[in-house]
Design a protein around this ligand. Structure first.
Ligand code: FCB
Length: 467
C-alpha cells in the first residue's frame, strides 16, 4: 500500500459490520496459577522476585486467580453484555520452556475459556504476546536473539492449529513499543535491561516475529483477521527549549513509529533505521511488512517529553503541564488527544481501527452498602467515547472499542496499587464486585444494540445520547 494512504485496502464496506464493544485483559495480570499444572516461569515472575522492582513486592502468583475462576469471570462479561473479549495467552503456560515440550494442561485451560465465551455468545480475541516471555527464552537472550522469530512463529502455529477452529481474531503483539523500551531501553520492566544495542535488536526482532506470525496465522486459520496492537499517543515537548522539542520527536520515533512504520510501510523512522541497520539482513523489511486486517490501538494520554542526555535514547518522560487533570496513576486526561490520534491513524494507515485498550485507574473503594461508585471512571469513559464519536463523525473508520480492563489487576511495576477494572477485586477474598462503571458500560452497549446496525455515526449517536 502507498504511504500516502492511496491504497484503501480494508476500508469500510458499504454496509458496515456492527460496531464491536469489548473489554481487554492480559494473562500475567489476571491469571495467577503461577505454579499450576506445569506452567513455566515468565520474565515477569523472575522480575517480581527481584528487590524493589514492583510496588509492595507484589507478584503475579495469584493475581485475580482467573486461572481457577475463569467461569465466574466469563459470567461477568456476559452480564455486562460485551460482544467480544480480548485476552492474551501465557506463552510459558503453553510452552513452559518457550519451545519444545508442549503443556497440554495449559492448552486445555484456554480451550475451556474459549468454549465458555462462545457458549455465552462472546467473541474471543486472542493476543499472542502481552509481555510474559518464557524465562527459558530470556536465558537465551530473549528478544535480543534473532532466533526468537522462529520460536515465536512455532508458538503461533501451535496456537493457531489448536484454537483456529473457534477463534478468528488474533493479535500478534500488545504494545511492542512499551515492552521493548521499558524492558530493554530504560530497564523499568522485565527483563530489566537498559542498553542501547539490546533495545535496537529487540525492536527489530519483535518486528520480524510479528511478520512471521502473520504468515503462520494466515496459513493455519482460513478466515483469520489479524493485526497488532500499538500504543500511540501524541508526544509533546515537556518544556519550551529546542532540546525538549527535538527530544519529543526522537521519543515519538520509538513510541509511535518503531513498529507501525516497518509493519505497514517496510521502513524504520530515519534515525532509528541507522541504529537498527547493523542487525538487519537483506529481505527483512519484506518479511516484517506483511498485510494485516486492522490497526489495534491502545490509548490513554499524551506524553510530555524532555531531553535526557544520560538516557539510552537521549530522552525520557518530563513533567506534564500542571493545569491538566490527571488520573490516580498520574496520567493526564486529554480526550481530544484520543480523537486526534484516531484521525491521524485513519489518515496514515487506511485500515479499520479497533480501540483495544482505553480506561483509567481510580482510587476505588467499597462503600458501606458494598458498592463501588466509580463516578470518575464513568466520566473518563464518557469523555473518551465521545471523543471517539467525534473522530468517527469526522470520518475515522473505527470498528470497535474495548475498555481496559474487566477486572482490577496486576498493574506491572505498580503491582495491585492501581485499580483499572470495571469490576472491583477484593484480593484477600477474590470477591468480584461490579462497579457503577460496569453498569454504565452495560447500558451503553444495550442502547447501541437497540439502534439499527449501520454507520458508525448511528453508533456514536448512542454514545452521545448516553453521554
Ligand atoms: C497498557 C498495558 C496494559 C495495562 C494498561 C493500563 O499499557 O497494555 O497491560 O497495564 O496499560
Amino acid at each position: 500500500m502507498a504511504e500516502d494512504g492511496s491504497g484503501d485496502r480494508g476500508r469500510a464496506p458499504a454496509s458496515r459490520p456492527a460496531f464491536v464493544w469489548g473489554v481487554s485483559t492480559s494473562s500475567f495480570q489476571i491469571e495467577g496459577g503461577a505454579q499450576a499444572d506445569g506452567r513455566g516461569d515468565s520474565i515477569w515472575d523472575a522480575f517480581c522476585r527481584q528487590q524493589n522492582r514492583v510496588s509492595n513486592g507484589d507478584t503475579g502468583d495469584v493475581a485475580c486467580d482467573h486461572y481457577h475462576r475463569y467461569a465466574e469471570d466469563v459470567a461477568l462479561l456476559r452480564d455486562i453484555g460485551v460482544d467480544a473479549y480480548r485476552f492474551s495467552l501465557s506463552w510459558p503456560r503453553i510452552l513452559p520452556r518457550g519451545r519444545g515440550a508442549v503443556n497440554e494442561a495449559g492448552l486445555a485451560f484456554y480451550d475451556r475459556l474459549i468454549d465458555r465465551l462462545l457458549a455465552d455468545g462472546i467473541d474471543p480475541w486472542i493476543c499472542l504476546y502481552h509481555w510474559d516471555l518464557p524465562q527459558a527464552l530470556d536465558d537465551l537472550g530473549g528478544w535480543t536473539n534473532r532466533d526468537i522469530a522462529g520460536w515465536f512463529a512455532d508458538y503461533a502455529a501451535l496456537v493457531a492449529r489448536r484454537y483456529g477452529d473457534r477463534v478468528r481474531r488474533f493479535a500478534t503483539f500488545n504494545e511492542p513499543c512499551v515492552f521493548t523500551l521499558f524492558g530493554y531501553g530504560f530497564g523499568w520492566h522485565a527483563p530489566g535491561i537498559a542498553d542501547r544495542t539490546a533495545l535496537h535488536k529487540a525492536i527489530h526482532h519483535v518486528n520480524l516475529s510479528h511478520g512471521a506470525a502473520v504468515d503462520v496465522l494466515r496459513d493455519a486459520v482460513p478466515e483469520v483477521s489479524v493485526g497488532a496492537i500499538h500504543n500511540r499517543q501524541p508526544c509533546f515537548p515537556s518544556g519550551t527549549s529546542k532540546e525538549d522539542q527535538e527530544a519529543a520527536l526522537a521519543f515519538a520515533d520509538y513510541w509511535n513509529d518503531a513498529f507501525p512504520l516497518p509493519q505497514h510501510f517496510a521502513r524504520y523512522p530515519a534515525k532509528l533505521a541507522e541504529a537498527i541497520e547493523p542487525f538487519q539482513k537483506p529481505g527483512d523489511m519484506a518479511l516484517i511488512a506483511r498485510p494485516v486486517d486492522w490497526f489495534g490501538l491502545n490509548h490513554y494520554s499524551p506524553h510530555y517529553i524532555k531531553a535526557d542526555p544520560g538516557n539510552v535514547i537521549g530522552c525520557s518522560f518530563g513533567p506534564a503541564p500542571a493545569d491538566v487533570q490527571r488520573t490516580s496513576i498520574g496520567w493526564t486526561i486529554v480526550p481530544d488527544a484520543f480523537r486526534d490520534t484516531l484521525l491521524d491513524i485513519d489518515a496514515r494507515f487506511r485500515l479499520p481501527i479497533y480501540v483495544l485498550e482505553n480506561g483509567t485507574a481510580a482510587d476505588d473503594k467499597v462503600d458501606n452498602e458494598g458498592h463501588v461508585q466509580d463516578i470518575g471512571r464513568i466520566a473518563y469513559l464518557q469523555a473518551y467515547t465521545s471523543a471517539m464519536q467525534e473522530a468517527i463523525s469526522a470520518g475515522a473508520d473505527v470498528r470497535g472499542y474495548f475498555v481496559w480492563s474487566l477486572l482490577d489487576n496486576f498493574e506491572w511495576t505498580a503491582g495491585y496499587s492501581q485499580r483499572f477494572g470495571l469490576v472491583y477485586v477484593d484480593y484477600p477474598t477474590q470477591q468480584r464486585i461490579p462497579k457503577a462503571s460496569a453498569q454504565w458500560y452495560s447500558d451503553l452497549i444495550a442502547a447501541a444494540r437497540r439502534t439499527p446496525v449501520g454507520t458508525g455515526r448511528q453508533m456514536t449517536d448512542v454514545v452521545a445520547a448516553k453521554g
